[in-house]
Write a protein that binds this ligand. Sequence first.
Ligand SMILES: NC(=O)c1ccc[n+]([C@@H]2O[C@H](COP(=O)([O-])OP(=O)(O)OC[C@H]3O[C@@H](n4cnc5c(N)ncnc54)[C@H](OP(=O)(O)O)[C@@H]3O)[C@@H](O)[C@H]2O)c1
Length: 341
Amino acid sequence: MINNLGNTMFDNKTILITGGTGSFGKKYVKTLLERYNPKKIIIFSRDELKQFEMQQEFNQPCMRYFIGDVRDKDRLRRAMRGVNYVIHAAALKQVPAAEYNPMECIKTNINGAENVIDAALDNDVEKVIALSTDKAANPINLYGATKLASDKLFVAANNIAGGNRTTFSVVRYGNVVCSRGSVVPIFQKFIEQGQDHIPITHEEMTRFWISLQQGVDFVLTNFERMLGGEIFVPKIPSIRITDLAKAMAPDLPVKIIGIRPGEKLHEIMCPSDLCFDTYEFDDHFVIAPGIKFSSRCNDFDTNALNEQGKKVEVGFEYNSLSNPHFLTIEEIDAFNIQALI
Ligand SMILES: NC(=O)c1ccc[n+]([C@@H]2O[C@H](COP(=O)([O-])OP(=O)(O)OC[C@H]3O[C@@H](n4cnc5c(N)ncnc54)[C@H](OP(=O)(O)O)[C@@H]3O)[C@@H](O)[C@H]2O)c1
């Protein structure tokens, strides 16, 4: 991953983060404050308690806290006044909750995306990056399907921008190690409870593996790379879930409990059907828009940092199983999971 030390892109800028009290948002704010001198950082989310708790940790003069729901366009419009950059991280993201409450997930993840786009255009925001997930590639669950719809909205938004300067891109990555609801805290709970096994849904399951800091760094860099319309995908390692269990609890046997509704055996980040639009760069892929923009850049083999990519081979798929880079048990161990929990 490229790090951003030494550049000044976010100095004296106003940055709004929807879902800023979440795992990603807090790490993003911490990193911005460590590396830059932003004019203002606006946290936009619903729950006052999470904001109150975040204020205890981040109370610098540049911090602003807005209670608001991305379903509420007027509130977003107000919050985005004078904003230069937006990171759209707010989402409902628990797969089972989305299956049971589909309209709630649609309202937040799809209608919310539309509202973010409209508010950004109305306020002439310079750049917007929306966070996506591997579950949005060839989705089989509603969460993934809503994130795919959201991705499509952000890509197409570059075409409705007209004379407006706002550019929109998407960053897609896989499971964030130790994020809320992910497998690591679940295994950890079993270990702490002194259970006699680790539950695994399927012994062949693989997942992509990225740390929160790597995700944050990738988003920061893509603000510099983006032309508008790209889906940025980082090159990251895969893990076998059985290896993760062995790394976390070497002495405990695993128990196979069966694949859950909406769960895939392997995740995809760049589907093979999009190979004709996919470019490979040194440390990432770019899925270029399937549509042509009428008054925007349509060439995605060179980015705004002048990095060169090349088209992937016909049929190429970036998949957690076929990924050439797998972590060994020792490498997972070296990741120091305990420090991240
Ligand atoms: N974690 C992962 O493994 C992973 C992997 C790939 C992609 N992503 C994507 O990364 C993004 C951030 O994930 P995360 O792990 O930081 O999630 P998180 O910890 O669950 O945080 C979600 C944030 O969104 C806010 N939010 C939820 N509904 C909202 C609404 N209607 N209006 C305004 N704010 C709302 C939440 O605060 P309130 O509840 O207070 O509103 C919270 O601040 C999501 O878009 C997710 O799809 C995550």
